[in-house]
Design a protein around this ligand. Structure first.
Ligand code: CUA
Length: 334
């Protein structure tokens, strides 16, 4: 086969590989691109097991091919070849080597499993966050600061943050691929974990347990910031500025239609996401870019955007909708 033909025949393979590798892109949503110590240590475990497996595969394949070629049936060869059985040396070799390989995998795996199960939830020097998963959104409470918020999990960088995770309805799973995890959120049982981000950035979080029609849309953001910025965020969300009088009509629309499910005020608990600082959040409903158009689409037809979610759709007049959106856009933290 000439060179040109060979390259040509390689093309489908290359195309298939390129297609597969496109899944490895998003730097804020990849366990292969860790941004904190937990994720780094977990990636180390993945690489270690993969390395050992590649080693075993290579050695076994090499022996296999060697034996196939070396002991193939040759011209003029007749009958069954001489049978060899029982070799103490070989048996010891293929028993001892796997034991050594298992120890190489087991020691760090057990060590990091215990390390990552460390319970920091009693440690008052560490930021405590209580995560509650709902179909299909995330609630974040900061008991040390009296804050209840949703969808954007704000944390300081360079230190572990302790999480207590639960679910309100069905089993979900709390996962921030670039920081580590994941951990199931259950109803009536609290699981604990911790994560740490090293660089200020916005990381994507996902629900990692099939929980209903909009499981794949159950996103949240981890907004990691320097300690000083975090402290400012805490005091801002505790006492956000009052909305201007110009949106008083929108506030009335909100009171009539939304307030029964959505609290405003960082200490407020509600059935739906607390909307304090809503205008500053990264996304609408965790998945939509923050535009007036998207906000209107969301409010007027929530089911087409997140099927099965518990927020009803609202049939407001254009005027009311505009007033409501103007009001929501004023729910800023500073
Ligand atoms: Cu919640 Cu999947």
């Amino acid at each position: 086969m000439n060179r040109k033909k060979f390259v040509w025949r390689l093309m489908p393979l290359m195309a298939a590989l390129a297609f597969l590798l496109t899944g490895c892109g998003d730097p804020t949503l990849s366990a292969l691109d860790p941004k904190g110590p937990v994720a780094q240590e977990q990636l180390f475990l993945m690489k270690l097991s993969l390395g050992v497996m590649i080693f075993v595969f290579t050695v076994v394949m090499a022996l296999y091919i060697y034996v196939l070629i070396r002991y193939r049936k040759r011209k003029g060869q007749e009958g069954v070849p001489k049978q060899v059985e029982g070799s103490h040396v070989l048996e010891v070799v293929w028993t001892v080597i796997p034991i050594i390989l298992l120890i190489i995998i087991a020691v760090p795996t057990v060590y990091y499993t215990f390390k990552h199960s460390e319970n920091y939830t009693e440690n008052e020097n560490i930021l405590q966050v209580k995560v509650t998963a709902h179909q299909y959104w995330w609630q974040f409470e900061y008991p040390q600061h009296g804050i209840n918020t949703a969808q954007d999990l704000v944390i300081p960088v360079g230190q572990p943050v302790a999480f207590e995770v639960v679910a309100s309805d069905v089993i979900h799973s709390f996962w921030v691929p670039s920081l580590g995890g994941k951990i199931d959120t259950l109803v009536g049982q609290t699981n604990v974990t911790y994560l740490q981000a090293d660089e200020p950035a916005v990381y994507r979080g996902k629900c990692a347990e099939l929980c209903g029609a909009s499981h794949a849309l159950m996103d949240f953001k981890v907004v990691a910031m320097e300690q000083a910025d975090f402290d400012a965020w805490v005091s801002n969300i505790q006492s956000p500025p009052a909305v201007p009088d110009s949106v008083a009509q929108g506030e009335e629309v909100f009171r009539t239609n939304c307030l029964s499910c959505h609290a405003v005020g960082a200490d407020g608990m509600s059935m739906g996401p607390n909307l304090t600082g809503f205008a500053d959040r990264e996304m609408i409903a965790g998945i939509l870019e923050h535009t007036d158009e998207n906000l209107k689409n969301w409010i007027s037809d929530t089911q087409s955007i997140k099927p099965g979610n518990k927020m009803p759709s609202f049939n407001l007049s254009d005027e009311q909708m505009n007033q409501l959106v103007d009001y929501l856009n004023e729910l800023k933290l500073q």
